[in-house]
Design a protein around this ligand. Sequence first.
Ligand code: HEC
Ligand code: HEC
Length: 258
Amino acid sequence: MKAKIPLLVTALGATACFISLLYADEASTKADKLATKFPQWAEAQKLKGDAATGKAFFESHTVNNNFTCISCHSFNPDDTFKLDGDKLIRSGNPIFGAAQRTNIKNEGSSFAALGGNICVLHFMRGKEPGLSAQELANLNAFLKSGGGADHATAKNLDYPKMKRTVPEKLTGGDAERGQKIATEQYCIACHTVEGKKYLHFQGGRKLRGGTVPVSKLKGLALRIRNPDFKENDEMPGHDDLRMPEKDLLDILAWLTEK
Ligand code: HEC
Ligand code: HEC
């Protein structure tokens, strides 16, 4: 009799704990806007994802154009929001710590894989509802293999602060520095720059300095910033945080006709 009471208490405690876990899980899924947007997610969460397949997907899978996830996002332990681990500055923020975030795509979601699914539809031109349940499960497993809560990129992105400003004055930058950062950090991800081969794919044309008349600088700056995603067919723009104004002006100076 004596031994039974603690046992019963433990059993009750475990049951209560299990029930509250079930409810917590259901409640968080219900409140999660992205989870309700994609019906295949419920199925994906029941599947066992494979991180290695997810990694291969991230690095080389294309949907309806040439973009891969890695052409726009870094996934590297050395990532910070300022600089990707491989020293590039891609147009999208690094996502090594994204599985820790709680406001994915500014939608109050904690499912980074579903943020990726939005990119599949928007940037990679996928068809609704995007990735299959198994693909999402693999991507989820891969993203969860990234950084913990203390990683530099584990914080929520500050979407309201992501402005895409085109300054009034577009001249006066440092052309030499512009060529260097275009070739080493920015444009090289998707363009051959000054004969140096692109890293991920060739988007549009090869870029060379001194090829753009001053009269076309405004249009070019709009292309590089791509506010409201309306300037380009596909090229994603760099916001003010990922490309400070000085970097924009230096790149423009390099591209301007002498
Ligand atoms: C053409 C560029 C591009 C491609 C390709 C792309 N993304 Fe994105 N992605 C973005 C941009 C821009 C954002 C908005 C936030 C930012 O600037 O990082 C974003 C946001 C995200 C977010 C949400 C980040 C957050 O905290 O809100 C995740 C996660 C993500 N992408 C994963 C992926 C995955 C996985 C793939 C491949 C299946 C992918 N993306 C493909 C550009 C891209
Ligand atoms: C993430 C990939 C990516 C990055 C990074 C990128 N571009 Fe692009 N770019 C593209 C794609 C794809 C196209 C073609 C489709 C389009 O015009 O949107 C393009 C087109 C262009 C065009 C128009 C080409 C034409 O034939 O009209 C210019 C100019 C350009 N990019 C300049 C730049 C500059 C300058 C940088 C660096 C600051 C840069 N791009 C960075 C993907 C990229």
